[in-house]
Design a protein around this ligand. Structure first.
Ligand code: NAP
Length: 307
């Protein structure tokens, strides 16, 4: 049986159903992976609630889920470098990771090192690639610069703090006070509790703001950047419309990149980068776990396990 967590209509938590769907087969260049764990992302409930239906219309029913870890069970033609039984991880190029079995292009995949459990592997692809690309490709962060990371304790921010620190930047993070120790452990030089302390009164001359929150966090950030500073947002697709004259605001979207992911996974394998799994939920509890992503959750990323 191939169970899949799908929406048939847009709506709240009740819109998610566990269905039995057809087994996928591997087309040329693809493998079929038995999913063991899949990372929960804000995109899940944004799609479920219908926030994105105008910009990204989906044929319904649609299986949610954008990243996974699992085991190759079928190899299509023209696939090099992967065999049945390999443990692999990756981002989907679209949706569909919340299923027992997925067919996926093999060139999007990275092998999971023995040091990594499926749960930890599933927490890496989207958060780590987004953090890396937003900081260094879109944000062009350099050694000696100062970066302010909003939403630093979440799935993207936890990687961004570590990558920015490793690159020699000074890292200021905003998060709930309860997460301050966690973020200092990842390398943040300063942590500002957004619930009790206006960050715009405590920071200035910021070279790069990585906005993982949007709303008032983004709106209050224009005043803290330098004249040549930038704001890169993964949370506000309309940032361009709100960018004041003379300021530099960039909407950023992650792109799958197996070589980049392999490099990051290598750092995790060597213990140079930490992966925090905030929660491991069974598929039967996935609806509630996705809702917890919307309403607040522990540091790092929650994953759904398929057993
Ligand atoms: N464009 C893309 O390609 C892309 C890719 C990945 C993710 N995203 C989006 O990027 C955003 C971040 O993703 P994520 O996976 O890291 O989400 P996440 O795990 O939910 O993390 C966001 C964190 O923001 C914190 N937060 C909430 N309100 C805040 C505020 N006012 N100031 C500072 N921190 C605040 C929360 O932590 P506390 O516990 O500290 O409150 C939460 O853990 C989401 O909107 C997601 O949909 C976009």
């Amino acid at each position: 049986m191939n169970r899949a967590l799908r929406i048939h209509v847009y709506g709240g938590p009740d819109a998610l159903k566990i269905d039995s769907i057809a087994m996928p087969t591997a087309a040329s260049g693809q493998v079929v992976v038995q999913v063991r764990a899949a990372g929960i992302n804000g995109l899940d409930w944004k799609i479920r609630d219908g926030w994105l239906q105008n910009d990204f219309p989906l044929p319904l029913p649609a299986t949610l889920g954008v990243e996974f870890a699992g085991e190759v069970i079928e190899v299509g033609q023209e696939v090099n470098g992967f065999a049945i039984g390999d443990r692999v991880m990756g981002p989907m190029s679209g949706l569909g990771a919340y299923a027992d079995f997925v067919a996926i292009a093999s060139n999007a995949l990275v092998r999971i090192p023995a040091s990594l459990t499926d749960e930890r592997a599933a927490a890496i692809p989207v958060g780590a690639l987004t953090a890396w690309q937003a900081l260094f490709d879109a944000g062009e962060l350099k050694r000696g610069q100062t970066v302010l990371i909003h939403g630093a304790a979440g799935g993207v921010g936890s990687f961004a703090v570590q990558f920015a620190r490793r690159a020699g930047a000074r890292v200021i993070a905003t998060a709930q006070g309860i997460n301050a120790g966690y973020l200092r452990g990842l390398g943040a030089d300063e942590v500002i509790d957004y619930r009790t302390s206006p960050f715009w009164e405590r920071t200035k001359d910021i070279d790069l703001v990585l906005d993982l929150v949007g709303g008032s966090a983004l709106a209050n950030s224009w005043q803290v950047i330098t004249d040549t500073g930038k704001i890169v947002s993964t949370a506000a697709p309309d940032i361009a419309a709100h960018t004041p004259a003379g300021k530099h605001g960039i909407w950023f979207q992650m792109r799958p990149d197996a070589a980049q992911l392999a490099e990051i996974v290598g750092m995790v394998d060597q213990g140079a980068v930490k992966v925090e799994v905030s929660e491991v939920a069974a598929l039967s509890d996935a609806t509630a776990a996705i809702e917890r992503n919307k309403t607040g959750h522990g540091p790092g990323k929650a994953v759904i396990v398929f057993q």
